[in-house]
Design a protein around this ligand. Sequence first.
Ligand code: PAF
Length: 281
Amino acid sequence: MLLASSPLELRRQIKAWKQAGETIAFVPTMGNLHSGHISLVTEAKKHASKVVVSIFVNPLQFNNPDDLTNYPRTLEEDSAQLISEGVDLLFTPTPDIMYPKGLEAQTFVEVPNITDVFCGESRPGHFRGVSTIVNKLFNLVAPDVACFGMKDYQQLQVIKLMVEDLSLDIKVIGVETVRTEHGLAKSSRNGYLSQQELDVAPLLYRTMKLIETHVCSGVEIDDAVEQAKAFLASTPLTTDYLHVQRADNLSSPNNDDKKLVILAAAYLGSARLIDNLVFER
Ligand code: PAF
């Protein structure tokens, strides 16, 4: 696996590959890799002859300084995993390289409307940080396709909109969420959970499955969500938000909408878990 930590090294290699007729699939990550990330790499391999992964804990998307400081950084283990997955190049820039003028002086990419709600409401500025870094990484890697996890459903929609609005020639692929046998979505933040918390965390997914069952059997969406919130209130999970929206653009559904997504975020101990469930009624 080739390593690059500067834009110059990265661009040289990308240029050489493109001249040789190779195609490029890109998997941007913040490291601390788990089986969810590996499934992105597996998918990426199906779409191009070369796979590039980036590991960059992006300060611009953290609105809480402690969260940024405590974010797990496990570069050695991560690169070993990527080597065994056959990744072609790992890009590991530092904040100084990505934001040489500092965060305050950085030009932003801002996707309107859908970034103000759900995770955007709980984490102001988060999606602006995500779209800015993903755009910069897209400009550096110049991939043909890029893979993102569906666990971060809102993030995936934000990136698809950015690609469309800025006319980027990149195919964005959403990859199914990987779950533990009890249904907990794999996430780097699960590492913040104690064993006791890990035992109750799957209740979030189970609650979403319950909403799906109720809505599919004709219960009004609002009633199903209220029941689910009442149930969660009786557990150690503290709901941040729980909504059922249209799956294609996250707007509020009407009675005719068939393809829906349940979007959920909840606090458990020191972790904030997010999850979602796409379904048809
Ligand atoms: O999903 C993530 O890990 C990050 O938000 C991303 C897409 C790598 C941008 O920093």
